[in-house]
Design a protein around this ligand. Structure first.
Ligand SMILES: Cc1ncc(COP(=O)(O)O)c(C=O)c1O
Length: 358
């Protein structure tokens, strides 16, 4: 087996994190976010691991919903806000997909479309994110229009928080108030607002359905989990050391000679680069583990390779294993160095990287 660059996925960690969601939100139903191929972890695999722990799954593209329906015949699958004409609504109904209706025109289209099976809709209100969602008046109009339709099996109400992970709670409170007050005026309808950060920081927003994404994969975007409810990395990105060399003061490493040795040093060259999904913008000093010990990126990340200062790790040799993020090195920490977030790191692992499911 010629294995130089791979990601390991830990099913125990995934289930541990789902159990943490269950503990933090004991009375809400759980819609696990498996869009973007399960945040890069493999949607089918994630759904299989979580099948008995959650109440449904959510995806962002019709193709993702169809793929998932192939392995999840019975489970609720919600197709998040997308473009839906009459024909596409019919297709969603045929595949028993729940759909998010985020504009009044789609609500009207649905009201005038005959479906083979009734469909469950999640009406989305724009409570302040100004991305997708209806205004209060459109939302109320859509609700009244669809509530009486025999083609609509059930209605849910939803919105999405823009700032749930930040220290200022005022925007979250306002968004929560906007949806809940309007929803309550329209009847007794299941409501969904909370993403991971809201589940952790704003438990009052858990309502009927929570929608955890990143916390299932091991990151706490709010950095405020109570002690004892730790999350575990599900994805660990690993690569082999291909070479180790000794350098003298003044020697430089990699493209544009960005890192220069100030004295005697040792550099390990690792089989991962931006074509594998490691961020090219990673600066010198970005942490990497080699045989479990911390070291720092030294020099520009190239397409297939990256270089790490291992001057303090004299036993490192070709064939050793580097961890680029995951167990012992949270992706969020690497993301902070690279001016990005774990979400982006997870979803950017490229096709050529071998996937190993543990
Ligand atoms: C509509 C919606 N709900 C929930 C989530 C889950 O968010 P998180 O991964 O921060 O928990 C997302 C993710 O972007 C989303 O778009």
């Amino acid at each position: 087996m010629h294995r130089t660059t791979w990601v390991e996925f830990n099913s125990k960690a995934l289930r541990h994190n789902a159990a943490a969601v269950r503990r933090l939100a004991p009375s809400a139903a759980i819609l696990a976010m498996v869009k973007a191929n399960g945040y890069g972890h493999g949607a089918d695999w994630v759904a299989k691991q979580l099948h008995n722990m959650v109440d449904g799954f959510a995806v962002a593209r019709f193709s993702e919903a169809l793929n998932l329906r192939g392995s999840q015949a019975q489970k609720r699958i919600l197709l998040l806000g997308t473009e839906l004409n009459g024909e596409q609504l019919q297709e969603c109904a045929r595949h028993h997909l729940d759909v998010v209706i985020h504009d009044i025109d789609t609500a009207k289209e649905l009201a005038n479309t005959s479906l083979a099976e009734p469909i469950t809709v999640w009406l989305k209100m724009n409570t302040g994110m100004n991305r997708l969602g209806m205004s209060a008046s459109e939302f109320a109009q859509a609700h009244k229009l669809l509530a009486s339709k025999s083609t609509v099996a059930a209605i849910h109400h939803m919105s999405h928080f823009s700032d749930a992970e930040t220290a200022d709670h005022s925007t979250t409170a306002l968004q929560y108030q906007r949806l809940t007050s309007l929803s309550h005026s329209l009847g007794d309808v299941p409501i969904s607002m909370a993403n991971s950060a809201a589940i952790i920081v704003h438990p009052q927003t858990q309502l009927d359905w929570v929608r955890p994404g990143i916390m299932l994969y091991g990151d706490d975007p709010s950095s405020s989990l109570p002690a004892g409810s730790d999350l575990q990395s599900v994805m660990t990105f690993k690569a082999k050391v291909l070479a180790v060399r000794d350098l003298e003061a003044g020697d430089a490493v990699g493209y544009n000679r960005r890192w220069q040795s100030t004295g005697k040093s040792r550099i390990a060259t690792i089989a991962a680069g931006y074509a594998d999904g490691y961020p090219r913008q990673a600066p010198d000093g970005t942490p990497v583990l080699i045989n479990g010990a911390r070291a720092s990126l030294a020099g520009r990340v190239s397409m297939d390779l990256m270089t790490v200062d291992v001057s303090h790790l004299p036993t490192v040799k070709a064939g050793d294993v580097a961890t680029l993020w995951g167990e012992q090195l949270p992706a969020a920490e690497v993301g902070q160095h690279c001016n990005t977030i774990s979400y982006e790191l997870f979803t950017r692992i490229t096709e050529r990287v071998e996937r190993i499911y543990l």
